[in-house]
Design a protein. Sequence first.
Length: 428
Amino acid sequence: MGSLGASMPGSPLPLPRRRGNTRSPRAFTFGGTDCSSIHPQFLSVLKVVMAVSLTAICLVVLQQAPSDSRHNDAKFSKHEDGVIHVLVTGGAGYIGSHAALRLLEEGHRVTIVDNLSRGNIGAIEKLQHLFPEPGRLQFIHADLGDSKHVNEIFAKNAIDAVMHFAAVAYVSESMAEPLRYYHNITFNTLTLLEAMKVHKVKTLIYSSTCATYGEPKEMPITEDTPQVPINPYGKAKKMAEDLIKDYARTTDFSVMILRYFNVIGSDPKGRLGEAPRPELRKHARISGACFDAATGIIPGLEVRGTDYNTSDGTCIRDYVHVSDLVDAHVKAMLSATPQQVGIYNVGTGRGSSVKEFVEACKAATGVNINVRYLDRRPGDYAQVYSDPSKIQRELKWDAKYTNLRESLEIAWKWHTLHRNGYNSTASA
Ligand SMILES: NC(=O)c1ccc[n+]([C@@H]2O[C@H](COP(=O)([O-])OP(=O)(O)OC[C@H]3O[C@@H](n4cnc5c(N)ncnc54)[C@H](O)[C@@H]3O)[C@@H](O)[C@H]2O)c1
């Protein structure tokens, strides 16, 4: 994957091949004989034959190219009535890939920009496989911190709207590496906004988080709950929100900021899933940890705190299904209005305890996961759940996948077919 960086800046890349047998460069030998020992006349004939053969091969390859990138380019660089061309940043990641799938299913045109630092090229390959027609999906390997490259992407493509998912997104990592989080989240959002301004792209759907609220005193959390984030991840996201809101005040920008609660699940048709890199396991979110425990990758789960003031003493969180979340994005995009910033919580409004989650995971996987109940972890708060009434009322959105066990069953099925993430050979 590292070799992708050698591509021309701004140009849509053909998909990089999976890692295979790579040979180290060796001296050219022919039939076991070093070239220098061949007769000069024979060498000249050989050169001509090789040149002719190579030309012929190139011509055949050009004629047979199935998805003609020249046609692709033309479609991506022109606006088309009735088709929204959406730039999906972070589209190789968990939520971004599910959003790209939904947009493609709805007939929109998608350009994914991702630096593959965390996402999966396998997710892009799956999407390319599902939507191979010219002008549907292109992938551009780029880092959003590279302002020149980002501007080239906007210059070459007729983008109508941006869904900005790309980010590093682990609270515990942000505590250890705060500067990385401010750079990746806040600075990159500024770079993106500046490019959108220059290239007159006026619709933005921004991925924010309930972590921007910090530790609210009252539940449920509404959009008016004060934002007092308590870790660099939440602070960087709030700063990015502030940048967006301040810029939007000065323009006819259409902005939707969606503050997600805990995202779980995977595509109900089994085409995509959640596959974080193994090295991120130590930051794992709850469903990833449950699945790792069910597969025996980790010995079991540790639940911290059993004496909270909740129904069963464990913490309560609001789990929203990724398909419901991308539905909120599509509705937000279609409702975005110039000179307005819409801010919405995206959660179910129903809290589930950690104990309930673990039981649902045991039922979904059929594995009696080993669970240790320990003392509270400093900094955890008892309950976090949303009041989704604003998004229900204004965007006509509601969570459909609210049965934890069913959602986890689907995600588990994908997981068992993809034990090595998207690198697995089995596919749904
Ligand atoms: N997963 C959750 O529970 C959750 C909850 C609230 C908010 N969010 C937000 O949703 C968004 C997506 O999260 P996710 O869970 O899909 O994460 P993810 O790690 O699966 O996906 C993020 C993607 O962004 C890409 N990326 C990161 N930095 C980049 C850069 N500088 N340039 C280009 N690409 C870059 C990564 O390679 C990855 O593919 C994030 O903004 C996150 O903060 C997630």
